[in-house]
Design a protein around this ligand. Sequence first.
Ligand code: NAD
Ligand code: TDX
Length: 352
Amino acid sequence: MTKRTIIITGGAGFIGSHVVRLFVNKYPEYRIINLDKLTYAGNLANLRDVEAMPNYRFVRMDICDFEGVLKLMQEERVDGIIHLAAESHVDRSIHDPFTFARTNVMGTLSLLQSAKIYWESLEEGYEGKRFYHISTDEVYGALEFDDTLFTEQTSYNPHSPYSASKASSDHFVRAYHDTYGMPTIVTNCSNNYGPYQFPEKLIPLFINNIRQRKRLPVYGTGENVRDWLYVEDHARAIDLIFHRGKVADTYNIGGFNEWRNIDLIKVIIATVDRVLGNPEGYSLDLIEYVTDRLGHDARYAIDSTKLSRELGWMPSLQFEEGIERTVRWYIDNEAWLRDIATGDYKRYNENK
Ligand code: NAD
Ligand code: TDX
C-alpha cells in the first residue's frame, strides 16, 4: 500500500470538504492535512464526520504564509498538494478584487514556491510528487448562445476579477512545470452544486430564500447559461486525476448539463415547493428580476470528452436526482444554514 501525505488546501470550503471526506475515508493509509485559513467561506462543521479520523489533521493557515507552509511541508514530509483554497465568489470579486489577487494569485505562488524549495531539497527531488491545482471554466471567458464548448485548447479570456485571478494562478502553476520541472496538473471544472455550498451562490441561496419566503434576485434577464455538476462527481474526478492524470496536463471537468438560469430557478422552486408540501407554483411569485451582474458572462459549457476518453470518468448522477438530493439536504440541514445566518459557525470554527 502506498503511503502518501497530502495537503488539501481549502478543505473547510464547499468542494474542499467533499474532497477531504472522500480521501480520508477511501485512503486510510494516507495522511490528509486540511490547510485552511477559515475565511467567511470556511466552515469546519462541513467535516464533523471525519474530524476524529486518525489519518486527518486540520491546520489553520493562510496559503500566503509562505514560511508557515514550507515548515509544514518539511515537518509532515508532504508529497502531494491538492489546491482548492481560493476566494470563489464572482460578486465579491467585483467589489473587492485585491483580496482575490492576494489569495488566488499570491497564495498559489506561495504554495508553489514552498513546494519547490521543499521537494528540490530532497534526494529524490520531484519523483513521486504532485501539485494539483483546481481551477474553473470561467478562465476561458464566455461563450455565445450556440452549441460551442470550452475544450482544453480554448484560449484563456477571463472577464471578472475572480476569473482573471484564477487564470493568473493557472499560468503560474504551468510556469512551475515548464521552468522548474514541477509535476503539476490543472483541471478546469464547471459550476458545482450540492451539500455544504455557502449560501451566497445561486442554488443554496435560492433554496434558503424559498424556504423563508424571501425574494429570489434573478440577475438581468435570467437567460445566462451555466453548466452544472454535482460536487461529489467533481470530487471523484479529482481523486482519479490526482492518481492517474498525466503530469503537466490539463483536464476539463463537466457533465454536459447546461441550464438557463431562469429554467434552473423554476426547477428549484418546483422541487422545494414539492418537498415542503406547498401547492404547485406556490413560490414563483418570489422571482424578482434585478440589475444585472457587471460583466455577467453569457454562457459557460465544458467539453469533458478528454477526461472520459483518457481516464474513463463519467458523472454518476442525473441532474434531476442531484437537485432532488441537494434540495432535501438543505431542507433537512436547516441548522447548518441557520448557523451561517447567525454567524454561529464562526464560534464552531474557533473551538477547533
Ligand atoms: P469556497 O469559497 O466554498 O471555499 C474556499 C475555501 O478556501 C474556504 O474554506 C476558505 O476558508 C479557504 N480559503 C480562502 N482563502 C484562503 C487563504 N488565503 N488561505 C487558506 N485558505 C483559504 O470555494 P469552493 O466553491 O469550494 O471552490 C474551491 C475551489 O474550486 C476554488 O479554487 C474554486 O476556484 C474552484 N472551483 C469552484 C467551482 C464552484 O462551482 N464552486 C467550480 C470550479 C472550480
Ligand atoms: O443571486 C443571484 N442571482 C443570479 O441570477 C446569484 C448569486 C447568481 N445569479 C446568477 C449569476 C450566474 O449566472 O446565477 C448564475 C450562477 O451564479 P453563482 O452561483 O454566483 O456562480 P458563478 O458566478 O457561475 O460562478 C460559480 O461557478 C464557477 C462559482 O461561484 C465559481 O467559484 C466557479 O469557479
